[in-house]
Design a protein around this ligand. Structure first.
Ligand code: GDP
Ligand code: MN
Length: 380
């Protein structure tokens, strides 16, 4: 579960990290009042759950409350990466002398929390990793032993210009570590961590993501959930018991099992096309699930073909076949449909489909090649 910057900064404050004063506004008039109260200049910042707001024109400085109101009017309602801005954070602007990066994430393969720090803040870290990999410092933190000054301070200090600044970075990292553990985060990121006059470090931007699998331990966090984190299709999928993630490609995928879904997406990529979604219809046999899955996928405008890949175990192929026939009747499927069907009740499933003039593959590679060919390999 992702937090907006203003929410994330609230947690940073709670854990003792210096953050410029600020408040969230839903209207230009509110933005004006906040700017007048906290003092100018201020930054007016789009609150959307995506990065790169600055580049998209969603972060603007204002020298007085009237200008803050004007900037809020520009930013509220604009779309950033397809998401409409509903609120802005009005925060005291700081005079940034240099920008640093600090984050904590989970490194599953190392069974550790990974700390990443860099002297090239401001940019997205993925970009730094490509352009200036030598500027990135990273070290694992044992989840039980945690941050140990004798062990980790020198590594962190390499990203900062002087021991004095590094000492402040250390105290910020301690706050981040405490937050990370206390709320079961999967990401705590400060970018930029800004060096301001007087040699002080402050968190000028923050991202916090809670691990959904641990939210049951923190019921109070549920209230912070933003509906816009999920698209309408993702919300509908969840309501229908489907595990679904929307992606940008052109080939809709309906698969049973998360592992098989991943393998299917990999194969689609391997043959030069891109999946439009991840979708796991799960283990249970319910023709209705195929119907809802197709309805959700087909609503996306750019679908060129759909692949249904079923390896029947608990899922029964005849139920899937019934779902496909029902969907064909109710939805009318406007794009090519390629089916791969093997496993439990395969013969019955095939019989149902072929009676309706549909043939199913049994080999996954062949099915993926066919769906990519029929989608026209046009995706990127
Ligand atoms: P992002 O683009 O979504 O990561 O949004 P940020 O909050 O990181 O803002 C983007 C950029 O705006 C930062 O890298 C800074 O260069 C600039 N910025 C943000 N806050 C301030 C501020 O208080 N003062 C100044 N001078 N620049 C800021
Ligand atoms: Mn940022």
């Amino acid at each position: 579960m992702k937090l907006h910057e203003y929410q994330a900064k609230g947690f940073l404050r709670e854990f003792g990290i210096p953050v410029p004063e600020g408040e969230v506004a839903a209207t230009p008039e509110e933005a004006r009042k906040i700017a007048a109260r906290i003092g100018c200049p201020v930054m007016v910042k789009a609150q959307v759950l995506v990065g790169g707001r600055g580049k998209a024109g969603g972060v603007k400085m204002a020298k007085d409350p009237e200008e803050a109101m004007a900037r809020a009017r520009d930013i509220i309602g604009m779309k950033i990466k397809g998401i409409e801005v509903q609120r802005v954070l009005v925060a005291r602007a700081v005079d940034i002398q240099s920008e640093y990066y600090v984050s904590l994430t989970v490194d599953r393969s190392a069974r550790a929390v990974q700390c990443i720090a860099s002297a090239s803040g401001g940019m997205e870290i993925e970009e730094v990793a490509v352009k200036e990999p030598e500027k990135i410092v990273r070290f694992p933190l044992d989840p039980e032993a945690g941050l140990v000054r004798a062990k980790h301070f020198d590594a962190l200090a390499r990203a900062f210009p002087s021991p004095d600044v590094a000492v402040q970075a250390w105290s910020i990292l301690e706050g981040m570590w405490n937050l990370f553990g206390a709320k079961d985060c999967s990401l705590v990121e400060i970018n930029p961590c800004a060096l301001v006059p007087g040699g002080r470090l402050v968190a000028a931007d923050a991202k916090v993501i809670f691990d959904d699998s641990a939210l049951y331990k923190h019921p109070e966090l549920e209230a912070l959930r933003s509906p816009e984190e999920y698209g309408a299709d993702e919300l509908e999928a969840r309501a229908n018991g489907l595990s679904y993630v929307s992606l940008d490609g052109t080939i809709g995928c309906i698969v049973n099992g998360a592992g098989l879904s991943m393998a299917t997406m990999d194969l689609i990529k391997y043959f030069g096309a891109s999946p439009a979604n991840f979708l796991d219809v799960g283990g249970s046999s319910n023709p209705e699930k195929v119907l809802s899955a197709l309805r959700i996928i087909l609503r996306k405008g750019h679908i060129r073909a759909v692949l249904i890949n079923i390896f029947g175990g608990i899922t029964r192929c005849d139920d899937i076949a019934r779902g496909i026939l029902m969907a064909r009747e109710k939805l009318g499927i406007p794009v090519p449909l390629v089916i791969r069907l093997i496993g439990t009740n395969e013969a019955e499933g095939r019989k149902l489909l072929s009676a309706a003039g549909i043939e199913a593959y049994d080999d996954l590679t062949e099915a993926v090649k066919a769906v990519v060919a029929r989608a026209g390999k046009a995706s990127t």
